[in-house]
Design a protein around this ligand. Sequence first.
Ligand code: SF4
Length: 403
Amino acid sequence: MSNAQATEQSERILKQLVDKGKPILGYVYPHTPLEIIMAHGVMPTLLYANPTVMGSYEASLQTFACSFIRNMFSQRVNDQLPYVDGIVFPGNTCDSLQNLADIWHLRYPQDKIFRLTYPAGDQGEAAVQYFAEELRIFSNSLEDAYGSPFSDAAFRQAVDLVQQFRDAVQFLYAARLLQPNSVRYHRIAAFVREFHSAPLETLVDELRATVNDVENSLAEADRVDSTKALQHALLERRLEDVSLPSDLPTPRIAIVGGMTEPLAIAELANVISKVSSTAVVFDLLSFGFKTIFTPMPAFEGDLFETMARSVLGALLEPTQEGLPKRLDFLKDALTHLAIDGLIVCEQSFCDPDEFESPSLLAVASEVGVRTVRLPIDSEFSDRARLEGRIQSFLETVAHGGAE
Ligand code: SF4
């Protein structure tokens, strides 16, 4: 499924839901707690950058606004978000998102705008308590806006659905690392995209069928147990005991970056497939690994506290504290997952990406992994050059040369 087809499909599904009277709440930040939104009978949908929309100069936005934000606001200005009647913006992340939320509220006061403020620092228990309170306030605002109170039963169902989805995709991530020809990266990215567009049971059923097929293919090489062990190691972020088969195809490429969407990258990765369909084995993208490997909330104690622990237990974003943790994990992944090359994606004009990238490059260099920086905008306006850059990087890595 291409990026454009995914957008069309998601619009079709959202329209059906709206026709049935389901309210749709958009979100732009990967760690938004879907379970709380669903507990109010509201359908969360991730708002993606749309490559067919030119994020042109928009006088309302500040000059520092990144390409992603410009694209998002242009979609609203062009009336291209017809099914979404509200948006939850993150607070305390980046200036661009702050600016977007302010301007949106000013220009479109009829839209329901929510703000969920993330803790500034990585201060353990204090951050959990702070964020639990934010989630409670968010839940109360949802009740006021939609007139539907938090339902304990709907929350439990949502936690279960999200967890089934994550568990299945985690398995596919591990399978791709151990036996890259068992599942295409593009397929994993499409599942991630579809679920975040509309978290529905039908998609999880489809995902289960794919997991079955992949398990059968792994069983032929007696790799089901080792795949499950790798899934667990990735979830625990303890990779030192991982052992990989000795006959893995090379090169093995990982992709890292901030608010970059795996399906968009998978499209660019078509050029990678021309070199090797097994090359991209891993990503550390916001909408990919970082959300998929979020720990499951426990069903005990205060539900908001439990959700706060779950959200803050993920690897989080360049806009948040926790860089040492992210760097340690990247180093482990590059070393223990036998990565040969690292593609570092940077959204154009994204300050957080530009601050974090040098540290990512330094870690890769420390462990002798070749790297390439890929500045991307939401419209892929520079597509030919990006593809050329990826292709020459892959050829360099495949032939063991210097970049
Ligand atoms: S984190 Fe970067 S890409 Fe995301 S909204 Fe902020 S500036 Fe834009």
